[in-house]
Write a protein that binds this ligand. Structure first.
Ligand SMILES: [Zn+2]
Length: 79
C-alpha cells in the first residue's frame, strides 16, 4: 500500500460518518448499536449503554461473537 506521509488521517476522520451495518430483519441501521465486549465495565461504558449507544456483551468474547445489535429486533449479528 502506498502511504502518503503528508496525508493527515484526522482530516479524513472528520468527514467520515460512523459506520453501522444494516439489520437484516428491519433493513435499517437506525437501531443498530455496537456490542462492546469488555472485561472491565467502566462508568463510560455504562453511560453509553444508558444512552442506548452501545450494548454490553459481557466478557466472553469468542471469535464468532456478534458485534452488532439491533435494539428494535433484538437481533445480534456479525458483520
Ligand atoms: Zn432490526
Amino acid at each position: 500500500m502506498d502511504v502518503d506521509p503528508f496525508d493527515i488521517p484526522s482530516r479524513k476522520e472528520t468527514r467520515r460518518k460512523p459506520f453501522r451495518p444494516r439489520c437484516k430483519i428491519c433493513r435499517t441501521n437506525k437501531y443498530v448499536v455496537p456490542i462492546v465486549y469488555s472485561i472491565e465495565i467502566t462508568e463510560e461504558i455504562l453511560e453509553k449503554e444508558r444512552a442506548k449507544e452501545i450494548r454490553i456483551g459481557g466478557n466472553a468474547r469468542s471469535v464468532d461473537a456478534p458485534n452488532w445489535y439491533c435494539r428494535r429486533c433484538g437481533e445480534e449479528f456479525q458483520r
